[in-house]
Design a protein around this ligand. Sequence first.
Ligand SMILES: Cc1ncc(COP(=O)(O)O)c(C=O)c1O
Length: 407
Amino acid sequence: MNDLGHAVNTETKLHMLGGGNPATIPAMEKVFRREMMALMSRGREFENMIGNYDTPQGNRMFAGALATMLQQNLGWPVTPSNIAITNGSQAGFGILFNLFSGAFPDGSFKKILLPMTPEYIGYADVGLGEQSIFTANQPLIEKRDELLFKYRVDFEHLEVNHDIGAVCISRPTNPTGNVVTDNELNKLRQLAANKGIPLILDGAYGLPFPGIIFTDATPVWDTNIILCLSLSKLGLPGTRAGIIIAAEPLIELISGSNAIFTLAPGRFGPGLITNIMASGEILHLCQNIVKPFYRNRSDNTIGLVDQLMSDLPVRIHVSEGAIFLWLWFEGLPISSEELYQRLKARGVLVIAGHHFFPGLDSSWQHRNECIRVSYAASETDVIKGIEIIADQVRIAYLKGASKVSNA
Ligand SMILES: Cc1ncc(COP(=O)(O)O)c(C=O)c1O
């Protein structure tokens, strides 16, 4: 993130395909503006929103609206006591990972198991101690036709040992756009439940909102699942609002942690969308606006990669959700970090693949052959960016590690 931040401050024309910022979707912006105007016109609602701290557990009106929406639409036995708000779901992961991993008073050291890498880069540095809090599994790779591939959880080699404090997976996965199937997810639920540890399910792009999932996937929750949601990928990253849905005792811990570290989470995001949550409109917006928008972007970007890199040994991870394409250049003669640097020099920002393997030992060459490309930027930036990536990768294959083109 620091490197991306520095790059933004340079004078080179940049094509930002690196960060996790969601797209600006005009139809969603209209809805948020409408809701803000309505809020402003309702008596002292605006003044109350900005003039008062919320409870440490987060806005209760919002929690009530969300619980009702989940009960009515998904049949989940969720009450407001199962819901806590954090200042972005990233802050929630900070609390959760440090609760379930690290040094415990009995002398044990527990870890978070990531059953399949690559996995979200934002988990990597969350542990407060020196020692890594992650252990991770390498996936199976399923090649599909000439262009696509998919990672699968390698259940045969997945061990949930006594030193595991929780299992965590993002669905869809950032960076790959992979969506673990219902079947795979149920196996993970079972594995965690059998060991008496929770399954942390990161739904930042997933279900029930923002719903950026292009495959059949069932939204699930039970009291052994800690479901982490976010308002960010709906188009509200600036409001910094994350949501944790979990068993009540855990929600009390989150609330206590909020009280200590932030007094109370922000109430702007929850306040802004309480009404569209209560009416259930949120689900229609996700289904009819957000999902088709990203689906379209994904299809177009895959088409572009296929067209511009047809002479290169590129594979794309099947795009089942989220806002990124994960490109694999098999046998790439330079590292993904070197490719990142060369692309940055030409004004294209992507993320080098090796960052996305927290907890996995570094010997797997595959880590250095992939990059993550966001398709949430403007279409012009995506097109230009993919053109430059194609060119730079072609140079790498032709000339190996020795040359950097400034073409
Ligand atoms: C998989 C995943 N989880 C969590 C987050 C954190 O999102 P936020 O803190 O904006 O809710 C992100 C952000 O990009 C993400 O990609």
